[in-house]
Every structure is written in structure tokens, then in C-alpha cells.
Write a protein that binds this ligand. Structure first.
Ligand code: SF4
Length: 182
């Protein structure tokens, strides 16, 4: 039984960071294409990532992935009890629909943030205060030039990252990319 599945639910994202893994050739060979049925019920931890899993056009798809993981767990006695974490860099207004079904969010701050992103980041921190049982991790691009309105009490962990191209490949995890479209 594998422990962690890092699952790209979508490659769509509207930020176009210069260091985005989605455009890098070595990622193509490191990640395997899967259908949802290939991964549900098999992992202790699902890290749902992208692309941007919570952007408006992709939200239903991500919700479907989360629901499918739980459906497998409740309907298959051999399925492992999952933890689900979502990687995002936006504060979706639909968060209340998905928060009760997941265990945490890792929020990434990128160098190309504008005033709207900062405003939504503040909103996210306010929102996160209502979910003290969830884990909230913050990753900050160390080339960010803007001052961040940071509320440190919200975050379980805060760390900076150095943008790299090619980007590093995560180790010790199954790296999967969802090809199933609905
Ligand atoms: S926010 Fe993430 S997924 Fe989107 S372009 Fe930047 S690195 Fe890629």
C-alpha cells in the first residue's frame, strides 16, 4: 500500500509563473497519467495540486476528486482512511463547500501577486481562523517584492521557497496526473 499520492487534478492556472513545473519536460516522465479509480482507496495522504485546483473553472472537478476519495473509503472495506490536502494560491469563494471534506490547505504566494491577490490572501486568513482543526501551511516565493499582510497565528507552518527551473521532483510519493475529464 502506497502512503502518499501527489495528484495533479488539473494543469490549468492563470498565473503563468516562469518556474511552473507544468511546462517542464522532466515532469512529463516523472508523473504517471491515472484515472480516478486507479488511486482512490490506496493512499493515506492525497496531495491535490495543479495547476490551480481551486480556480473557478476547476472547482467542481476538484470537488469531484475529493468526493470520489471519500466514496471509495466508505464503500470499500479494504480502502485506507485518507487525509486530503489541497495546494492552492487563491482564496476561492467556494471554500466552505470543500473544507469539511479535507484536512488542510497549503497556500503558495508567488512573485507575480497583485493587489487583488493580497486582498484575497487577507480574506483567506480570516476564513482559516474558523477552521482550527485544519492544517494551514504557507509557502512564500522568496523573490516576492510585496509586503505580505501576514497573520502568523493562522499558519501551522510558514516557509519560503526558492523558485527553480527545472523544479525539483518530490521524493517518496507517488506522482500522478489525472487524465479523466468530466
Ligand atoms: S501558480 Fe503554480 S500552477 Fe500556477 S503557474 Fe504558478 S507555479 Fe504554475
Amino acid at each position: 500500500m502506497e502512503k502518499t499520492c501527489r495528484l495533479i487534478t488539473t494543469r490549468q492556472c492563470n498565473r503563468h509563473c516562469w518556474y511552473c513545473c507544468n511546462n517542464q519536460e522532466h515532469i512529463e516522465t516523472a508523473w504517471k497519467d491515472v484515472m480516478l479509480d486507479d488511486v482512490t482507496g490506496k493512499y493515506e495522504l492525497y496531495i491535490l495540486t495543479g495547476g490551480e485546483p481551486l480556480m473557478m473553472s476547476q472547482f467542481d472537478r476538484t470537488l469531484h476528486v475529493v468526493d470520489s476519495i471519500w466514496e471509495k473509503y466508505y464503500n470499500d472495506e479494504h480502502a485506507i482512511c485518507p487525509q486530503i490536502v489541497i495546494y492552492t494560491s487563491i482564496c476561492s469563494l467556494r471554500l466552505p463547500e470543500i473544507m469539511p471534506k479535507i484536512h488542510g490547505i497549503t497556500y503558495s504566494v508567488h512573485y507575480n501577486w497583485d493587489a487583488h491577490d493580497l486582498s484575497m490572501f487577507k480574506r483567506f486568513q480570516t476564513y482559516a481562523e474558523f477552521y482550527d482543526e485544519h492544517s494551514f501551511r504557507l509557502n512564500i516565493d522568496n523573490t516576492l517584492q510585496t509586503e505580505l499582510p501576514l497573520n502568523t497565528s493562522v499558519w501551522t507552518r510558514i516557509q519560503s521557497f526558492e523558485p527553480l527551473n527545472p523544479c525539483p521532483i518530490p521524493e517518496g510519493e507517488d506522482l500522478c496526473r489525472l487524465v479523466e475529464i468530466f
